[in-house]
Design a protein around this ligand. Structure first.
Ligand code: PLP
Length: 356
């Protein structure tokens, strides 16, 4: 068939997901726990009583934005919600990147910055992290001087490396930058610091958050962006009218109303991250990178082989073995205690066999 695609999209590689029905899913940085029973029961009750699903949802998700505003201590006028932060990343590129504009982001990092830049017709410029996967701010500043980019995507903690961008580094980057800075904090709840408070200082800053990770609602697709009211108004021009369905809006509000249930789960994940990190460090021939997210990046002797052997044991992790900056690396999502133990036992066994 004739290729109808825009010429500049012909070489674009779409975001790939492995859809495997696997026992121990540790590949997508989801929460190991489903929605708390209390919230499910309230939602079930509301569904049974009728929640007007024949009507379009609230197009501006006002009550959800109000609840998010309370949570992050900002006004609802500073918040935009998207169908996952994926949609917000795409909206940001669509709204602010003109054809040919440069867009800078780190590598290795989350794949959607590149895809959204290309879809918007921008020129992606990838800035490698240091050898130990830290941000080198001087490299970013040099690239800003060289390319005068319109948009800078930063990811903190960075996926898949787990490192954090500290606030002084963010300030250093934004202070003289005339373009837009979007900091993706999809894993912000698992860290010790956040850029949210910089939103008041810098009207060109957008901070992206999600309900998919710490809040355990990946299936309902809710992300949000916190920014200045002026930038929020500009960004809203490219928002689809009813992008968050009624059910997700209600589930998001109920989750925030019961935030203590979520906080308990976040603490468990942080404790399990410590456990997993220590246990992996004790296995010979593995390098584990410290992480502030709900995942750990590890380097192993034979990434492809170990990934397959884990799969044979019913464990799916993310395979980065062939990534140019992540040679032989795998990323494992921190799960519940039982699953983490299974993973450690499998790794000990597999690496023990490799040694022989
Ligand atoms: C850094 C980062 N940003 C954004 C996303 C997308 O999350 P959402 O489910 O909110 O679209 C992910 C998902 O893995 C991610 O790792």
């Amino acid at each position: 068939m004739k290729n109808y695609l825009r010429d500049d999209l012909i070489k674009l590689k779409p975001y790939k997901v492995i859809e495997k029905n696997i026992r121990h899913k540790m590949d997508a940085n989801e929460s190991p726990w489903d929605m708390p029973k209390l919230i499910r029961e309230i939602l079930a009750q509301e569904l049974a009583n009728g929640i007007s699903l024949n009507r379009y949802p609230d197009s501006n998700a006002f009550y959800l934005r109000e609840a998010i505003g309370d949570y992050v201590q900002m006004s609802p006028s500073q918040i935009i919600v998207g169908s996952g932060s994926d949609e917000l990343i795409q909206m940001i590129a669509t709204a602010f990147v003109d054809k040919g504009d440069y867009v800078i982001y780190p590598t290795p990092s989350f794949g959607m910055y590149k895809i959204s830049t290309i879809i918007a017709g921008g020129n992606p410029i990838e800035i490698p992290l240091s050898k130990e996967y830290e941000y080198d701010i001087d490299d970013f500043i040099s690239a800003i001087h060289r390319y005068s980019p319109k948009l800078l995507f930063l990811c903190s903690p960075n996926n898949p490396t787990g490192n954090l961008l500290d606030l002084s580094q963010v300030r250093e980057l934004i202070k003289d930058f005339p373009g837009i800075v979007a900091i993706d904090e999809a894993y912000g709840e698992f860290t010790r610091d956040t850029s949210l408070r910089l939103v008041k200082e810098f009207p060109n800053l957008l901070v992206l958050r999600t309900f998919s990770k710490a809040f355990g609602l990946a299936g309902l697709r809710i992300g949000y962006c916190v920014t200045s009211p002026e930038l929020a108004e500009q960004l809203c021009k490219v928002k689809a009218p009813y992008n968050i369905n009624s059910f997700s809006q209600r589930a998001g509000i109920l989750t925030l109303e019961n935030i203590d249930l979520v906080k308990d789960r976040i603490n468990q994940i942080i404790n399990q991250r410590k456990f997993l990190y220590q246990a992996l460090k004790e296995i010979p021939n593995i390098k584990v990178y410290p992480s502030e997210g709900n995942f750990l990046l590890i380097r192993v002797p034979d990434g492809e082989g170990i990934w397959s052997k884990l799969l044979d044991r019913g464990i799916l992790v993310r395979n980065f073995a062939k990534h140019p900056y992540l040679d032989n690396c795998l990323r494992v999502t921190v799960a519940d205690e039982t699953t983490n133990l299974k993973f450690i036992n499998a790794m000990t066994e597999i690496l023990g066999q490799e040694e022989k």
